[in-house]
Write a protein that binds this ligand. Structure first.
Ligand SMILES: Cc1cc2nc3c(=O)[nH]c(=O)nc-3n(C[C@H](O)[C@H](O)[C@H](O)COP(=O)(O)OP(=O)(O)OC[C@H]3O[C@@H](n4cnc5c(N)ncnc54)[C@H](O)[C@@H]3O)c2cc1C
Length: 419
């Protein structure tokens, strides 16, 4: 497939663009592999890349029921940040941020990572104190954080309503300058390209319908394109975790599946050049390079596997947006869609060996799995290759829920809609 470079652009430009080849290979499945990854979303593709690059394991297949990137990796609002407080989360997400910072070069693919900053607005002195505490703990962990005054927020985001008579007056905010956004599809395509270059097979339109067992151990998968055997099977299917792992006999997981919706407005001239979150409700907003405002809020309040949402959440999210930016009141909505979230019961992920030999689990991404993509793939690849977790994911076990070692970052326990 060759490397992308300025020279390949010039050469193809001069030769009628006839020389471009497919970004990844989609061969027929082989009878067996060293590792099968179920799920061609961001996490599955990143795992395949790091298995090949970091551990030299290239006899790998990514098995995807639709097309690569058809799930949440192509549906999210693309926010990247590492503003966590609990040590396990803070170190994991900061490692992800470091991988993001070199990702386009690593993959030889422009993922359009833009460090435009992430600003969390505070609306009460108590909330600002909590942000100061979070910011201090981030700085102790070596992560960038700044507490901003309303005047500094006004300079950063001129369209914001800073008047003391606002419905939810802004008293300050926590800013992470290294946070930002990336182009979600390009992340899937880039990981697929880089993994495929190293020999990984991308098997699309191939749904896993069961698991193969021998002497109690997982030895492969049944699919709509036949049986495929493997020494190890990693499952990274995000919102479908409960349905897929039920096929392996695991029917009691600390995960609920919910719809999360995203919205894009008609394009505007540059107005918001950072990512902003509203502190008196649930709203996050940024502006894409094409000019559309990209925003989202809460999950819908019921369990579902349908990738579409309902009207009350639209109203709730839009109301939050207008509380911060009243000048958007006449803006038109262009598109909206939904994705299925795997909400874990403490809001933190699960990256571990499964309770069955040969099976490995990557799940529980809740609202924030896009930013985790690089570190999740990196840690999952390590866990599969070494049969043991890396220090960065050793806390993200499945059995922490029965042992009581939950990682409850927001202190809201098993209330999925609050994570
Ligand atoms: C609307 C929305 C906004 C979001 N915003 C953000 C954000 O701003 N920042 C952030 O960090 N995170 C965000 N997220 C969360 C993030 O997108 C997800 O946590 C993350 O993408 C999940 O990991 P993934 O990319 O591997 O999932 P997916 O892309 O969903 O990949 C899972 C894949 O598994 C496949 N699959 C399922 N069942 C089978 C089967 N039986 N056989 C084979 N394949 C199967 C699916 O088809 C899918 O392609 C958002 C999510 C949504 C829906």
């Amino acid at each position: 497939m060759g490397r992308y470079s300025v020279f390949s652009i010039i050469k193809n430009g001069l030769t009628g663009n006839q020389g471009w080849t497919a970004t990844w290979r989609s061969p027929a499945p082989k009878p067996s592999y060293d590792v099968i990854i179920v799920g061609g979303g961001g996490h599955g593709l990143a795992t395949a890349h790091y298995l090949a690059k970091e551990h030299g394991i290239t006899n790998v297949a990514v098995v995807e029921k639709g097309w690569l990137g058809s799930g949440n990796i192509g549906r999210n609002t693309t926010i990247v940040r590492s503003n966590y407080m609990l040590p396990a989360n803070a170190h994991f997400y900061e490692w992800s941020m470091k991988l993001w910072e070199g990702l386009s070069q690593d993959l030889n693919y422009n993922v359009m990572f833009s460090q435009r900053g992430v600003l969390n607005l505070a609306h009460t002195p108590g909330q600002l104190d909590a942000y100061a505490r979070r910011g201090n703990s981030m700085r102790v962990a070596g992560i960038d954080a700044e507490l901003l005054s309303p005047e500094e927020i006004g300079k950063l985001a001129p369209g914001i309503d800073l008047s003391p008579n606002a419905r939810f007056p802004i008293v300050g905010g926590l800013f992470q300058p290294r946070g930002g956004t990336a182009r979600h599809d390009a992340v899937a395509w880039g990981y697929a390209h880089a993994a495929s270059e190293r020999g990984v097979d991308m098997i699309e339109n191939c749904e896993v319908t069961g698991f193969l067992f021998e002497e109690g151990r997982v030895v492969g998968v049944q699919t709509t394109r036949g049986e495929i055997r493997a020494k190890k099977v990693g499952v990274a299917v995000a919102g479908n975790t409960s349905t897929v792992l039920r096929l392996a006999g695991l029917d009691k997981l600390p995960i609920e599946s919910h719809v999360l919706q995203a919205f894009v407005s008609e394009p505007l001239k540059p107005l918001i050049d950072t990512v902003i979150t509203f502190g008196a409700g649930h709203l996050y907003i940024s502006q894409s390079d094409k000019g559309g405002l990209v925003f989202g809020g809460d999950i819908d309040g019921y369990n579902s596997y349908a990738q579409r949402g309902n009207l009350p959440v639209i109203e709730d999210v839009v109301t939050g947006g207008l509380a911060v930016f009243p000048n958007l009141a006449r803006l038109r909505l262009l598109r909206m869609w939904g994705g299925i979230m795997d909400m874990s019961m403490d809001g933190s992920p699960i990256i571990c060996k499964g309770p069955i030999e040969g099976l490995y689990i990557n799940a529980g991404w809740c609202y924030g799995g896009f930013k985790a993509t690089p570190a999740s793939g990196w840690c999952f690849a390590h866990t599969i290759a070494k049969d043991a977790p890396h220090k960065l994911n050793e806390a993200f076990t499945l059995d922490r829920f029965c042992k009581g070692y939950v990682l409850d970052e927001k202190g809201v326990g098993p209330t999925a809609r609050l994570h």
